[in-house]
Design a protein around this ligand. Structure first.
Ligand code: 8X3
Length: 252
């Protein structure tokens, strides 16, 4: 039997990353789960292995370049890299936003993606059929009030994907961007609002069915499992109740 192809997923400890790891494992990849929280990715790896698929956990902070370079030495080839780690901090207007939050968002959403992509690009190419997925956001394509820090960072992630696709055309590596809109996960809004459950709940208030992490994972797995010559450049996915970043139907 041919050895399973490797799919590395960052931010695999929860939400979209964890759901994507499950989906790619089901699709036959040996998934490598990375995140800072070791207990979470160990538990997920066990769950995936117990289900008869293949997973290993590797604790990693995507902003730590030395650690990322060390991580990359573990592989001779990698077939898929899903850059999912990231997130939002705060929803303050430009006038009062915290520069430290902006910096952290740029570090995780952009530099984290850059670190993993640079470190694994030779391994993706060596696979003869590699795929880089950048999980950006609809915030990478249009702004909204109170979103500037996150929107700027996600625009950065979008530009990274778009530029990389231009630069490596002709090599056997696809560059795919998946841009989700409103997704209700356990942590996204809670992290954004520093653990304030009331503020976090307001984000989804009255919205019939926000996307789930698995809805997004399903789209990511779909893009990855298209034939090699099919490159889904950009997939924007929102719940039916959301027409734009600022136009959301709420039953209140
Ligand atoms: C999440 C979408 O609208 O909270 O990436 O910026 S939004």
């Amino acid at each position: 039997m041919a050895p399973s192809r490797i799919a590395v997923v960052t931010g695999a400890s929860s939400g979209i990353g964890a759901a994507t790891a499950r989906r790619l494992a089901e699709a036959g990849y040996r998934v490598v789960l990375t995140a800072r929280r070791e207990d979470r990715i160990e538990a997920l790896a066990k769950e995936i292995n117990d289900a008869g698929h293949q997973a290993t956990a590797y604790p990693l902070d995507v902003t730590d370049r030395a650690a990322v370079d060390e991580f990359a030495t573990a592989f001779s080839t990698v077939s898929v890299l899903v850059n999912n780690a990231g997130g939002a901090l705060g929803a303050d207007p430009v006038a009062t936003g915290d520069p430290a939050d902006w910096r952290t968002m740029y570090e995780t959403n952009v530099i984290g993606t850059l670190n993993l992509t640079q470190a694994l690009l030779p391994k993706l190419e060596a696979s003869g059929d590699g795929t880089v997925v950048v999980v950006s956001s609809t915030a990478g394509h249009a702004t909204y009030e109170g979103g500037a820090g996150y929107v700027a960072a996600k625009h950065g992630a979008h530009v990274l994907a778009e530029t990389l696709r231009l630069e490596i055309v002709g090599k056997p590596v696809r560059v795919i961007e998946v841009a989700p809109g409103m997704v209700k996960t356990d942590e996204f809004a809670l992290t954004r609002f520093g653990g304030d459950e009331e503020k976090a709940a307001k984000v989804y208030q009255g919205v019939a069915e926000p996307l789930t992490a698995d809805d997004v994972a399903d789209t990511i797995a779909w893009t990855v499992t298209r034939p090699s010559h099919v490159n889904i450049d950009l997939l924007v996915v929102r719940p039916r109740a959301q027409a734009s970043n600022t136009k959301v139907h709420r039953d209140l």
